[in-house]
Design a protein around this ligand. Structure first.
Ligand SMILES: C[S@@+](CC[C@H](N)C(=O)[O-])C[C@H]1O[C@@H](n2cnc3c(N)ncnc32)[C@H](O)[C@@H]1O
Length: 293
């Protein structure tokens, strides 16, 4: 799809929904579980998570089509501006908030006049109903309590505003399966901590159930190449946030198991594997009438 073509859009209708649950800044409980701040990733985030040329503009354009000229836009967990920067480049007025000054410093290098605020998604420093769109990409699984983050997003949205939740989508592949095995190996009693699972399996059903209406769009697919060795090296270098809370011994043991599995599956750690990716946007309307638990 070329940048100026409209994306195919699927609409999900909600069931009936009634009352609202007002949440204010004063509801914040400082004893809530803590979030995962990305200070340590600031220096390598764009190299390891960045979009290939052109995909960034397409992802931003899809978002702006869904937002439909509403402004201003708040991006919660703006990070280095991977999402916000191309939106601003296309004329959008975006305010970014993040726990990590180091991540936002990277954004400011590329976008010196960006409107950035250090703050917590669970206690947004904004009045009620002051944004027309809230954007959240790969963030709710890192927020100490995603339900509080979601209620805060709803609080700062005007009644006719929209919430956009985005994520990279990776087609199933054997290298990805190594990462899933690694996650399971580290935390056998927990479900995998990936962002898309929280969005797909928990947040989307919760929002639809509570009465929101959802539009879904996806980018064109793009491909990258990797090898099992590169994926294992990324784990060793702790590039992914799931590796940050374990000690060196736990990490080393889990990596040794992943290596053994990779050798059994591929025979050679340098086997080249093609990965297919897409970006998914889900746009929720009607949150003002929703009952969020
Ligand atoms: C995986 S990065 C995503 C950044 C950006 N949205 C993107 O897609 O590239 C998640 C970001 O959320 C931030 N974050 C985590 N918990 C947060 C919270 N409670 N409030 C604000 N930002 C938070 C992290 O510091 C990090 O910069």
């Amino acid at each position: 799809m070329r940048a100026n073509q409209r994306a195919k859009c699927r609409v999900f209708e909600p069931g009936h929904c009634s009352s609202t649950l007002p949440v204010t800044v004063s509801d914040y409980d400082p004893l809530m579980p803590s979030s995962i701040c990305f200070d340590r990733a600031a220096a390598f985030y764009d190299q390891t998570r960045g979009f290939p040329p052109g995909v960034d503009a397409e992802v931003a354009q899809l978002a702006l089509q869904l937002i439909g000229g509403r402004t201003p836009i708040l991006e919660v967990g703006v990070g280095t501006g991977r999402i916000a920067r191309p939106m601003i480049a296309q004329g959008a007025r975006v305010v970014g908030i993040d726990l990590s000054r180091a991540m936002m410093k990277q954004m400011r290098l590329a976008q010196p006049d960006a409107q950035l605020i250090q703050g917590d998604a669970m206690r947004l420093p904004f009045a009620d109903a002051c944004f027309d769109a809230v954007v959240a990409v790969h963030v709710f699984h890192l927020v100490g309590d995603w339900q509080v983050g979601l209620r805060e997003a709803r609080r700062v949205l005007r009644p006719e505003g929209v919430l956009l939740i985005g994520n990279n989508h990776h087609a199933a592949n054997p290298v990805r399966a190594l990462r899933n095995y690694f996650e399971q190996r580290l935390r056998p009693d927990e479900p995998p901590r990936s962002g898309w699972r929280l969005v797909d399996e928990v947040i989307v059903p919760a929002l639809l159930h509570s009465g929101a209406r959802m539009h879904f769009v996806e980018s064109k697919p793009w491909t990258t190449h990797t090898t099992p060795r590169r994926e294992i090296e990324a784990l060793r270098q702790r590039l992914w946030s799931s590796t940050w809370s374990v000690d060196d011994e736990q990490l080393g043991e889990a990596i040794a198991d992943v290596e053994a599995l990779a050798l059994a599956q591929f025979g050679d750690l340098d086997t080249e594997v093609e990965l297919t990716h897409q970006f998914h946007w889900r746009c929720f309307e009607g949150l003002g009438r929703c009952k969020l638990g």
